[in-house]
Design a protein around this ligand. Structure first.
Ligand SMILES: Cc1cc2nc3c(=O)[nH]c(=O)nc-3n(C[C@H](O)[C@H](O)[C@H](O)COP(=O)(O)O)c2cc1C
Length: 247
């Protein structure tokens, strides 16, 4: 019989399995259910995004076939309309029922633990800076102004695509949103949720003929510091570079 592994990853996988006699659930305190979105206290202003399109576009089969990771971007900025469409495709509210809102991507328990921040390098109609996507109003919150292209690229293990991108999306997890219901198993769902969001971004970028590449190789605390989250209650899980490509 093999020895139990001491590795933290192996232990996490084993200890968060569901068994018929061990589900790890229990009493849910509904009075403590966390909000499913965040309003940034320190925001310097808000920018309403253009109304996104909810119909039309390229056939989904074409978009799936054409999807590819792109890491070489031109210096041409993407438009605010394109950015708005990408954000709607990943986290836009697409359905409301009994006072609950549902989004473009699925989420375990509809708890929506993922927040989106943007490091804008060059987007038409936006100053370079750090922003947060406020989902309920389809708005950007301004967190910091200035160019952070070097910082975001260095935080992505020096990957140059983050410096050359029109915008880098940074996805964080507000951990308690998932842990409130799923306890430690919630981390599994956080990463799965982030994967869905990443794929919708890829497909939306493909439909708009933009380049996109998701990024898992990053220095967590450098990214957390740049967007102003503590790395414990809320921490980066994934990023993506988006920009225009030749052709
Ligand atoms: C979870 C995840 C993390 C990734 N991280 C990086 C990354 O840090 N840098 C990079 O250049 N590509 C990254 N990629 C993109 C993959 O390298 C790419 O999807 C793979 O080579 C397949 O190519 P394709 O996307 O064009 O089909 C990542 C993809 C995923 C799904």
């Amino acid at each position: 019989m093999s020895q139990p592994s001491e590795s933290i990853g192996d232990r996490y996988q084993q200890e968060t399995k569901y068994f018929r006699n061990r589900m790890g659930g229990g009493f849910l305190d509904w009075s403590k259910q966390p909000e499913t979105h965040k309003r940034c206290e320190g925001r310097q202003g808000e920018i309403n995004l253009p109304e996104p399109q909810g119909e039309g576009g390229e056939p989904v089969w074409t978009v799936i076939r054409r999807r590819r990771s792109a890491r070489e971007f031109t210096r041409e900025p993407i438009s605010l309309t394109q950015l708005s469409q990408l954000l709607w495709a990943i986290q836009g509210i697409t359905h409301t029922e009994f006072g609950y809102t549902f989004r473009a991507c699925p989420s375990a328990g509809a708890l929506y633990p993922i927040e989106t921040y943007l490091v804008v390098n060059h987007v038409e109609g936006l100053m370079p800076g750090v922003y947060h996507f406020y989902i309920p109003e389809h708005q950007l919150e301004v967190l910091a102004q200035g160019s952070f292209s070097r910082e975001i690229s260095e935080a992505a293990l020096g990957q140059d695509m983050a410096r050359r991108a029109s915008v880098v999306l940074v996805w964080t997890a507000v951990v308690q949103r998932s842990k409130w219901k799923y306890k430690e198993r919630g981390y599994r769902y956080i990463y799965l949720d982030a994967g869905h969001i990443g794929q919708n971004l890829y497909l939306a970028a493909s439909a708009l003929e933009l380049g996109c590449c998701t990024i898992g190789a990053l220095f967590d605390e450098e990214v957390n510091g740049l967007i102003g989250v503590d790395g414990e209650e809320e921490t980066v899980v994934y990023m993506a570079a988006v920009g225009k490509v030749e052709g």
